[in-house]
Design a protein around this ligand. Structure first.
Ligand code: FAD
Length: 836
């Protein structure tokens, strides 16, 4: 009878042992199988031994400059054997620590290679075991490249065995492993030559930051050749010779040691995976977005699934997989804030998007830089090389990424990681007090620099002219007042701007699960927000009018998802859902309805005027179609600036019967303006049915009078709206020709909260309820196996909690101060938004 477990983990690296501990914490009877030492590549041959050695070389480098610090050491030398001994002690201590953790968590440790069988069974050294769930965490091994003489090289495992410092070394591959070992030996006096096939070493780091590091490496005597194609390694009595090609020229370099660091490949040898039916793709185990393999009950994590091959990513995936299999959570790994650390000297670290990557993803970016040469702490350490670079979304200041080169940046990155993970804004960093003197202050300064407000360096551009200061209260004070009140509470924001969705590409497929659930959540949030607005209106928390668009969610979310962050939305006044779909903070939208200072228009817009310049959301204009000519104005501005933005002008069917509609469409066509007209036909203009109020009730047909391409879409079907709008938006962006979309939907409540809605029959309403866009999308998600009822319930709960928080926030926010009622009313106030 085989020994049975709830969870068996194959591989004891940072993915495997962390998964095993989490499974045991959740009450699973757990086993871990390891054929070598617990701790895996990370503890035994990777992260830890390299860092222990790098610590020795760093100490050596510092002591060489010791006299400057007042520490005079004669006959300084480096003892590689002693450093290796210390390294091994560190490794031993950590490995025995992991063994202790296995014991403390009552995890059965099985020694030997595991071989998987069908149906949950596996064998180790001939013994049979069975587990309900198996997690494959068999890691990776160094990649070999097929070049002549490769047998003369050593890899990242072999280099641990060196017992003397070589005079010369060639490193083939300028990735993390190659550069860390290269940096270490360069610091010890070895003449290191790096040969990298790509145009840049460390391709995961921004080119300008790599440049900062490269200068340091070259000062140590290191040589880097990029676009270098290694052809052969030959051996003679004294040394190795590496032949490589640069463009058309052939070169040769001699070395005592050649380190082959051309990456790592997933390791599955001997585990019987393919026979057990587990799908492999070029050696890596294929998993779905929940980390399940193709075989029921078998999961995989860490290096063996490819992707980002880092220890913390493996551990994170291990926890996700275990929590999913134990039914504790429904987790799809989110890699957008996976930090990347390189322990060269100076260190390199980054998280999130780089500047180039952000621009290529369609963001308009704001960048702030701060050099360590201006950091007090860096000066005291005597390590002033490098800089911090912060990349934010220019529209709303959300932090997109941080890149750093400099002392201890592998620790400083933790704060940046939290900020990127939580999608914090630049000002969230500057509202956080930073201890002095610390290296982390440089991150704060870089965030300030992005706004032209850095304190300890000269700013390249000031945020706004000094003259404006006398007219308005100081920016900082204002930012503090708003941001402290608006600071996110313990809600899951969950519904980032629709711009994060690749609208033309998302299909009802499992690989698009995250985007689909985000879209669904956004529709649900808008629905619950509006329902709650009605409740709050009846409690007299909302003054004036309160309009409802229940039933229009798919039209609104699908339409707006097709836009880029830089595009402009001109919409009818009072459209809460449009603002939320655009990513405007829903708390600020509700606070506006409540007339509070924290509202989008600081409580001056009442229940109607929802306007957010940072999101390019112009919802604050005149009644019915008053905003259509303004969209034309914005179209002209884009054309003159030769921008690639478009204007998305949203209006109801009622607006198509006014003169401004004719003038606007005519202008847009005559002057080839990049405007997409988006008519939301909910079939009633206040209380009159469209077909009774319009000569041409197929509204999209009217566009032909302006020689404009037009379509009608099913406004109750999110994906249809999104795909077809996306197509029109893309074409208008390319050819600057206006286009017209009519989205037909049905609003379930009257025009406003106080509309008795007697002009429609109950049968009609009932008929349309079967096409409720939120419910329809729910069914589609379920039918496609993308979300089960538990996942949908979880979203409902989280949206419910968010709506509670939105109302609480609005309730608790202050009313505008009477003596400041005219603040924010005039154009001069716009300066607070910088260049937006
Ligand atoms: P591994 O750590 O590779 O563990 C897999 C384990 O599975 C191994 O112990 C193996 O013996 C065992 N195994 C395999 N097959 C079987 C089987 N059939 N039965 C039983 N056991 C099996 N990452 C960082 O985040 N930071 C760093 O600073 C860093 N530095 C690195 C430096 C170097 C030189 C190297 C090589 C890697 C470094 N990495 C670093 C990468 C990091 O080590 C890996 O990403 C991480 O170890 C992957 O964890 P894992 O659990 O997926 O696999």
């Amino acid at each position: 009878m085989p020994e049975r477990f709830d969870v068996a983990v194959i591989g004891g690296g940072p993915g495997g042992y962390v998964a095993a501990i989490r499974a045991a914490q959740l009450g699973a009877r757990t086993a871990i199988v390891e054929k070598d030492r617990l701790g895996g590549t990370c503890l035994v041959r990777g992260c830890i031994p390299t860092k222990a050695m790098l610590q020795s070389s760093e100490l050596y480098s510092i002591l060489k400059k010791g006299a400057d610090f007042g520490v005079v050491a004669d006959r300084l030398s480096f003892d590689l054997r002693a450093a290796s001994r210390r390294r091994d002690q560190v490794v031993d201590q950590l490995v025995s620590g992991v063994e202790g953790l296995m014991k403390a968590n009552r995890i059965r440790v099985i020694r030997g290679p595991a071989h998987i069988e069908k149906g949950g069974g596996f064998t180790v050294n001939g013994d049979r075991f069975h587990a309900e769930n198996i997690i494959l965490a068999t890691g990776s091994v160094p990649a070999r490249i097929p070049i002549g003489g490769v047998e003369h090289t050593i890899d990242s495992d072999g280099i641990l065995g060196l017992d003397e410092i070589p005079e010369t070394m060639v490193v083939i591959g300028g990735g993390v492993v190659g550069m860390e070992w290269g940096a270490l030996y360069a610091a010890l006096g070895t003449k290191v030559t790096v040969l990298e096939l790509l145009p840049q070493i460390l391709p995961m780091v921004e080119a300008d930051m790599v440049g900062l590091y490269r200068r340091h490496f070259e000062r140590l005597g290191g040589v880097i050749h990029t676009e270098a194609n290694v052809e052969e390694i030959t051996k003679n009595t004294k040394s190795l010779r590496v032949r490589f090609r640069l463009a058309t020229e052939t070169h040769e370099v001699a070395a005592r040691v050649v380190l082959l660091a051309t990456g790592r490949v997933p390791y599955t040898a001997g585990a019987g995976l393919e026979e057990a039916g587990i799908e492999l793709d070029r050696g890596r185990v294929v998993v779905d977005d929940h980390l399940r393999t193709a075989v029921k009950g078998v999961w995989a994590i860490g290096d063996v699934i490819g992707g980002v091959m880092l220890a913390h990513v493996a551990s994170y995936e291990g926890i996700c997989a275990v929590e999913n299999m134990c039914g504790y959570a429904d987790r799809t790994p989110d890699y957008h804030a996976a930090p990347n650390c390189i322990y060269t000297d100076p260190e390199i670290a980054n998280v999130g998007l780089g500047e180039k990557e952000a621009r290529e993803s369609g963001y308009e970016v704001k960048v702030g830089r701060f050099p360590f040469a201006a950091s007090g702490r860096a000066l005291t350490l005597g390590q002033v090389e490098g800089a911090v670079k912060v990349i934010a979304d220019a529209r709303d200041d959300t932090l997109l990424g941080v890149q750093m080169v400099g002392p201890r940046v592998t620790d400083v990155i933790a704060e940046a990681t939290l900020a990127v993970q939580q999608r914090l804004k630049l000002h969230d960093l500057d509202l956080t007090m930073h201890a002095h003197p610390t290296l982390a202050e440089s991150l704060l300064e870089a965030a300030l620099a992005a706004d032209g407000r850095a304190i300890h360096i000269q700013n390249r551009r000031m945020q706004r002219p000094a003259a404006a200061l006398s007219a308005n209260p100081p920016i900082k004070e204002r930012a503090v007042a708003r941001s402290v009140e608006e600071k996110p509470k313990s809600v899951d924001h969950g519904a980032p701007p629709a711009a994060h969705v690749d609208a033309g590409r998302v299909e009802m497929k499992r690989q698009h699960r995250d985007e689909l659930l985000r879209l669904y959540r956004q529709m649900l949030l808008i629905r619950r927000f509006e329902e709650r607005a009605q409740v709050e209106y009846t409690k007299a928390k909302i003054g004036g009018y309160c309009h409802l668009n229940l039933g229009e969610e798919a039209t609104v979310v699908g339409g707006i998802a097709a836009l880029r962050p830089g595009d402009y939305i001109y919409t009818s006044y009072r459209e809460h859902g449009h603002a939320i779909a655009r990513g405007v903070d829903p708390r600020a939208v509700m606070a506006e309805l409540f007339g509070k200072e924290t509202g989008v228009s600081h409580g001056r817009g009442g229940s109607m005027h929802i306007f957010d310049l940072k999101h390019r959301f112009m919802g604050g204009y005149g009644i019915v179609g008053g905003h259509l000519p303004l969209a034309v104005g914005a179209g002209f501005a884009i054309k003159y600036k030769k921008g690639d933005e478009i204007v998305f002008c949203m209006f109801g069917d009622g607006a198509t019967n006014i003169g401004a509609f004719h003038e606007s469409l005519n202008f847009a066509k005559v002057f080839h303006l990049p405007v997409v007209w988006f008519c939301i036909n909910n079939q009633y203009g206040m209380g009159t049915a469209v077909e009774r109020a319009s000569a041409v009730s197929d509204i999209y047909r009217r566009a032909c009078a302006y020689d404009m391409e037009s379509i009608r879409v099913d406004g109750m079907n999110l994906l249809e709206v999104m795909h077809r709008t996306s197509e029109f938006v893309d074409r208008t962006r390319r050819d600057s020709q206006p286009r017209f979309i009519e989205a037909v939907n049905y609003r379930f409540r009257g025009h406003s909260v106080v509309d008795p809605d007697k002009y429609r029959s109950d049968e009609e309403k009932e008929r349309w309820r079967h096409s409720d866009p939120v419910v329809l999308f729910q069914h589609q998600l379920q039918e496609a196996g993308i979300a089960d009822s538990a996942a949908l319930e979880q979203i409902e709960t989280s949206v419910g909690a968010e709506v509670e928080d939105i109302v609480r926030f609005s309730d608790e926010s202050a009313n505008p101060a009477i003596d400041e009622l005219y603040r924010y009313l005039y154009a001069g106030e716009w300066e607070m938004y910088g260049d937006a």
